[in-house]
Design a protein around this ligand. Structure first.
Ligand SMILES: CC(C)(COP(=O)(O)OP(=O)(O)OC[C@H]1O[C@@H](n2cnc3c(N)ncnc32)[C@H](O)[C@@H]1OP(=O)(O)O)[C@@H](O)C(=O)NCCC(=O)NCCS
Length: 166
């Protein structure tokens, strides 16, 4: 694995958004990128969700949606996306994280590098604790979350929650 891939985060503006959608459709499963909605593939409902989600998240953690998404670039190429969502119910400033990469960008250290950049963004925004939830069967995501210091606890609904104290 390349120990230091050239990874950066950029805002998902109206130039990046269609390219990110194209990457998601071409190189990821719909359920890795968007919540279950409508039929199995990239129907109009899921595509609509994708576009409105990233547009709403453009305003940042302090915006009306309380969310921020970024596109992940690797060597200048679009590789995937990361996101943060403010957790208003938490006692300490806390946010939930998410990440997906195109299949052709996985297992090269890009996820770890992108997640570390995301944690730095969270720290800059004054967040003290980042959580992430994934399926108990998603070994790659759990290894990734553990590699950035996540403490992983299984839940009784078939998911695990990772908590990273910043
Ligand atoms: C989860 C995901 C982002 C991981 O990204 P990645 O770039 O492949 O991960 P990295 O190459 O940076 O690896 C991070 C760690 O996980 C391990 N890892 C990653 N993929 C692995 C795999 N398929 N099998 C075993 N270990 C794996 C690496 O060895 C590394 O551990 P280390 O730092 O101790 O060496 C990527 O697989 C993905 O996009 N999956 C689909 C969406 C998803 O599941 N998102 C997670 C929701 S929280």
């Amino acid at each position: 694995m390349n120990p230091s891939p050239d990874v950066s985060l950029v805002d998902v503006d109206e130039t990046v958004l269609p390219e990110l959608l194209e990457l998601a459709k071409r190189d990821a499963s719909p359920d890795e990128v968007a919540p279950p909605a409508g039929g199995p593939g990239w129907d109009l409902e899921r595509t609509g969700w994708f576009l409105s989600y990233h547009r709403a998240a453009a305003d940042g953690l302090d915006g009306p949606a309380g969310e921020k998404s970024w596109a992940v670039l690797c060597g200048g190429e679009l590789a995937g996306s990361v996101r943060l969502k403010q957790n208003a119910a938490a006692a300490v400033p806390s946010a939930e994280a998410g990440i997906w990469l195109g299949r052709s960008f996985r297992s090269r250290g890009i996820g770890g590098a992108a997640l570390r950049l995301l944690l730095a963004e969270a720290r800059r925004a004054g967040v003290g604790c980042v959580t992430a939830r994934t399926l108990a069967g998603n070994g790659a995501a759990q290894l990734l979350l553990a590699s950035v210091g996540g403490h992983i606890t299984p839940d009784d609904d078939g998911t695990v929650i990772a908590v990273v104290e910043l």
